[in-house]
Design a protein around this ligand. Structure first.
Ligand code: OOG
Ligand code: MG
Length: 264
């Protein structure tokens, strides 16, 4: 249920937009609105998406978040969420990502899906997702909560577009039917040391389940997932903080690896 007024939604959207575009931390929105609901959070996120599109950003896909036990434990929440992805957030493989326009970035290893058919809720299943998938590929997501101390609740993080900041797709694209996706392993290295590892099954048993969940949340928002969407299924392991000078290498079984560097 949406409890915020139209004016409050616009005001909170402007607050989040300011923090995102000028890279400063703000108190979580529930400090001011303790009664805020998840629907309120999505109403603010939708306002932000419409605002960015009106400014000329292109919607390229969506991301599921908080879909693994490691992520839920790290952030202290128990329900997954979704956020939108635009062309402005995309960075190429092997690129140097600037942190001066981010608050306190962290990186995650994820499996991404590229769709070849439209998907819609309310009862979208993992099998429907796999049938609609063109290919999967590995991704690194750079998340950046705009909330002080990277501390938030679900309502606030949804309003902040699931901490979306940058993303890098790369490695080797593969057809899902050729792989046993849940058993695919990933190892994340920071400056040559292993800082996280896990298997894709950490994401709701199968990352396609996370995409199905995302499609069903989209249905609640009155949206569908168009063919040609890029969808990230959520961090497999806990997110790792990065700073200028850091080098991240994500090595995925069967899907190749992705490297990025961070600079001031
Ligand atoms: C929320 C975003 C979570 C993921 O992959 O779980 C996310 C956050 O942890 O800031 O992107
Ligand atoms: Mg993520």
């Amino acid at each position: 249920m949406i409890t915020l007024s139209r004016e409050e939604i616009v005001r909170l959207c402007e607050r989040v937009e300011g923090a995102q575009t000028r890279a400063y931390a703000i108190p979580k929105l529930t400090d001011e609105y303790p009664e805020m609901t998840m629907d309120d959070g999505y109403a603010v996120q939708t306002e932000l998406r419409k605002r960015f599109i009106a400014q000329g950003h292109t919607l390229v896909g969506w991301k599921a978040g908080l879909t693994s036990r490691a992520k839920m434990q790290q952030m202290g929440v128990d329900v997954p969420s979704i956020g939108f992805l635009t062309d402005r957030m995309a960075r190429p493989e092997n690129s140097v990502i600037s942190v001066s326009d981010l608050v306190h970035p962290r990186v995650e290893c994820e499996i991404a899906f590229v769709t070849a058919k439209q998907l819609s809720g309310p009862d979208c299943t993992a099998q429907q997702v796999l049938d609609a998938t063109d290919y999967i590929l590995p991704a690194i997501e750079v998340i950046d909560s705009r909330y002080s101390g990277f501390k938030f609740d679900l309502e606030s993080v949804v309003a902040d577009n699931g901490s979306s900041a940058r993303f890098v797709g790369g490695g080797r694209a593969r057809y899902p039917a050729e792989l046993d996706i849940p058993t695919l392993g990933v190892v994340m290295e920071k400056n040559g040391e292993i800082v996280g590892m896990g298997a894709a099954a950490e994401v709701l048993g199968h990352p396609a389940e996370a995409v199905a969940m995302l499609v069903n949340i989209l249905h609640d928002l009155g949206e569908t997932l168009p063919s040609g969407s890029f969808v990230m299924s959520g961090g497999i392991t806990a997110a790792v903080a990065v700073q200028p000078g850091d080098h991240i290498n994500a090595r995925f079984q069967e899907l190749g690896s992705i490297s990025i560097r961070f600079a001031e």
